[in-house]
Design a protein around this ligand. Structure first.
Ligand SMILES: NC(=O)c1ccc[n+]([C@@H]2O[C@H](COP(=O)([O-])OP(=O)(O)OC[C@H]3O[C@@H](n4cnc5c(N)ncnc54)[C@H](OP(=O)(O)O)[C@@H]3O)[C@@H](O)[C@H]2O)c1
Ligand SMILES: [Zn+2]
Length: 348
């Protein structure tokens, strides 16, 4: 099969090659998937290829975290799937044995495996995965939609449901609402029955947040975020901030937008990561700042249920051939791509 392979860590342009490699044979409990869609995630992919952060990659490695496609072959003992079934693959599997898994907090498991880091991923014509990572795809969504949905929605539900304990009727402020995780956070919060404010740093991204279902929008670079939130909530503030940026200028304003006993959840720090926390406000107003990442099986099931009902919107910029992967990294680096770039290895 054709696959993008790296055999040493380094800059992708030096170490990542499109190669002909043997198609993997599914072992006991494994499923071979013919890849029909996998998303391009520049920051994540390039850090994995560069060997950062310090995760135990095996070399040679094929990156690509969230393939979707058709079952091509089944390993010994696999039940519940047949050749040609449409499936998506969960990037992360849980060990089922650590304290976090046994305590029912699978999303916090650090012992599981990640597709494209611990085993070959989806930038290839075929990808071999454990059957536990495979999920049957309802007839509605395309493979590209399924891959994009699986990229962020399970984490959005993990943050809002498992971590923030969001309840119907509460208010949520989503920061970076025009981004990948932000635009799914808007939708997930709406599906959970919240009133949602989309915060973003540009008018088109505020509009995107509204198109994703937010009730209100605030441009936090041209308006005072706290004033606007207080105006919309009659001075009360929001129950949950879905943050995920950690920008030193916007984080304190997002924190100050919380209602009494409000919760701020975050799974990202690409705005810098070092922010000022008003600890007096934290305890006097009984706030919680909660870190999260990953997803539980329940978050995945919730995602697939809503996807099957056609309730999840995705923004897909373009679907490209396997050979176009490195050009896709360059396009994302240029910063003017709005939705996701998706690779379909069956294209040209
Ligand atoms: N741990 C997990 O499981 C998990 C899963 C997915 C994503 N993440 C993390 O979540 C974060 C968001 O990911 P994403 O895929 O949604 O990214 P994205 O599509 O690039 O969106 C990020 C948004 O953040 C805003 N932003 C504000 N300040 C920024 C800055 N200094 N640099 C970059 N963006 C800034 C931008 O919107 P404005 O300009 O409108 O403010 C942008 O739309 C990342 O840190 C990512 O690593 C974590
Ligand atoms: Zn575990």
């Amino acid at each position: 099969m054709k696959a993008w392979v790296f055999r040493a860590y380094g800059p992708a342009e030096q170490v990542l090659r499109l190669e002909d490699v043997p198609t993997p044979e599914p072992g006991p409990g494994e499923v071979l998937v013919e890849v029909r869609a996998v998303t391009v995630n520049r920051a994540r992919d390039l850090t994995i290829i560069a060997g950062r952060p310090n995760v135990p990659h095996l070399l040679p490695m094929v990156p690509g975290v969230d393939p979707a496609g058709r079952v091509a072959a089944l390993g010994e003992g696999v039940e519940g799937f047949a050749v040609d079934d449409r499936v998506t693959v969960c990037s992360r599997s849980h060990c089922g044995q650590c304290r976090d898994c046994l305590d029912g907090r699978e999303g916090d498991c650090r012992e599981g495996t990640l597709i494209g880091i611990h085993r070959w991923g989806g930038y290839a014509e075929y990808c071999c995965v454990p059957v536990e990572s495979c999920e049957r795809l309802a007839p509605g969504p395309s493979f590209a939609e399924a891959a994009v949905v699986m990229r962020h929605f399970p984490t959005a539900f993990q943050l809002l449901d498992d971590k923030a304990g969001l309840r119907a009727g509460e208010w949520v402020l989503v920061m970076g609402a025009g981004g990948g995780l932000g635009s799914t956070g808007v939708q997930a919060a709406k599906l959970m029955g919240a009133t949602v404010i989309a915060g973003a740093g540009a008018e088109d991204r505020v509009r995107l947040g509204i198109e994703m279902g937010a009730d209100f929008g605030i441009n936090y670079r041209t308006h005072d975020l706290v004033e606007e939130v207080m105006r919309l909530t009659d001075g009360r503030g929001v129950d949950v901030v879905f943050e995920n940026i950690s920008d030193p200028t916007t984080w304190p304003r997002a924190f100050a937008s919380l209602a009494y006993a409000g919760r701020l959840v975050t799974a990202g720090a690409h705005g810098g990561g070092k922010v000022e926390l008003d600890a007096s406000r934290l305890y006097l107003r009984r706030h919680k700042v909660i870190g999260g990442a990953g997803a539980s099986r329940r978050n995945v099931e919730t995602t697939l249920k809503f996807a099957g009902e056609g309730k999840l919107k995705t923004v897909i910029e373009e679907t490209l051939s396997l050979a176009a992967l490195t050009a896709a990294f360059d396009r994302l680096g240029g910063g003017d791509v709005v939705g996701k770039l998706v690779i379909d290895p069956t294209l040209g």
